[in-house]
Write a protein of this length. Structure first.
Ligand code: ZN
Length: 373
């Protein structure tokens, strides 16, 4: 600046301009992170209304009183808002009130739908990770390599990240095939895969996940949670997808109490995840969470456990966004319908990336409402 003083008036103007643009360059926007969380096959009924007493009654049979059931005592309340807050207290009382919003409650005039015809898991994840329904290519849950690159692979390439910084932790083993088109592009830990390292607790969990098991192709979500959090601390990923799956397994088994308990556990995992993220300068107020599901399930007590192309209700999903770049809080009201194919572009946009560079035909990113600063 001292040199500027010696110059003529017009040179001073140019000099000041140069100094101010230098200052602008010095204030680079903080790098963003994104955490995608999926809860497999969670219906809008439970998400927005908690315990569905008609489903519980039908599960118990008409000779038993729902009021006597432990689940009723724990989760029943007179309004949907009070019931869901009993089931997922962190999600509703903290996350949605203080930091984010959720679309998809038909009672509020908001809908989120899958655009694939299948309404089952792999087609749902293919849609949300690649940005389009893939009805011609992904029609079942069979283990086949995803035929298109995913948003995870796009993020890694565009930001020139190490594979460990773009990570997927999934309870369902088929994510080995779903998470990436090119094997090894990103870090994937799915099913009963061990998590590497010398941490004695992790080594113990590795042994336990093989002993405490209920299904051939899926571990308990608690192991997915523990490994994902260990990875967050160790590798500090910019993109993390945590895919919880137990809600879907219990629902297919027709076990409504266990389905709700699995959802309540996920609420605790979200609290643990959020608390840790907010304790870290790299992540605090620089991380977008997108929380959603791969498909819905049937609407009625007869069909709540099922989902496929001809089960009515299975096309209806929900989607929550928690972002420092979005001012919305609570439930969306009277909003245009969102599609599952918008998730990939929304995740990319949260990192400042234009997903159309990978797939111009993918769903558009969900428009955010930036907070006034
Ligand atoms: Zn599913």
């Amino acid at each position: 600046m001292a040199a500027c003083k010696l110059l003529s008036r017009s040179w001073i103007a140019i000099c000041l301009l140069a100094v101010s643009s230098l200052a602008t360059a010095a204030v680079k926007p903080e790098p963003r992170n994104v955490v995608l969380v999926t809860l497999d096959g969670v219906r809008v009924q439970e998400m927005f209304g908690g315990l569905d007493v008609a489903v519980l009654q039908s599960a118990l049979g008409k000779d038993r009183r729902v009021e006597d059931h432990d689940l009723y005592r724990r989760y029943w309340a007179a309004t949907p808002e009070a019931r869901r807050a009993k089931l997922m207290p962190f999600f509703w009382n903290t996350l949605m009130q203080q930091s984010g919003s959720i679309a998809g409650n038909p009672a509020r005039g908001s809908r989120v739908q899958v655009s694939n015809r299948m309404r089952i898991s792999y087609p749902g994840y293919a849609e949300l990770l690649t940005g389009q329904a893939r009805d011609a290519d992904v029609t079942s849950n069979r283990k086949l390599r995803i035929p298109f690159p995913t948003v995870a692979e796009f993020v890694r390439r565009e930001l020139a990240l190490q594979p460990a910084q773009v990570a997927t932790f999934a309870s369902w083993e088929t994510f080995d095939w779903i998470a990436e088109h090119t094997d090894g592009n990103t870090y994937v830990n799915a099913g009963f895969a061990p998590y590497p390292g010398n941490d004695p607790l992790i080594r113990q969990l590795d042994a336990l996940q093989l002993q405490a098991r209920a299904w051939p192709g899926e571990r308990f979500d608690v192991f997915t949670q523990r490994f994902a959090l260990a990875h967050l601390q160790r590798h500090r990923p910019r993109y993390l997808h945590i895919a919880y799956g137990n809600t879907d397994e219990w629902a297919h088994a027709g076990d409504y109490p266990a389905t709700l308990q699995a959802l309540a556990l996920v609420d605790g995992y979200l609290q643990e995840l959020w608390t840790w993220l907010q304790s870290q300068p790299q992540y605090r107020d620089r991380t977008t969470l997108v929380i959603t599901t791969d498909h819905g399930r049937g609407n009625t007590p007869a069909e709540w456990a099922n989902h496929n192309h001809d089960v009515e209700g299975a096309q209806n999903i929900w989607l929550a966004i928690v972002s420092p770049d979005d001012a919305r809080r609570g439930e969306w009201h009277a909003a245009p319908t969102l599609q599952q194919n918008q998730v990939a572009a929304t995740v990319a946009a949260a990192l400042g990336l234009d997903y159309a560079r990978q797939d111009p035909a993918a769903g558009q990113p969900i428009a955010l409402q930036p907070p006034s600063r």
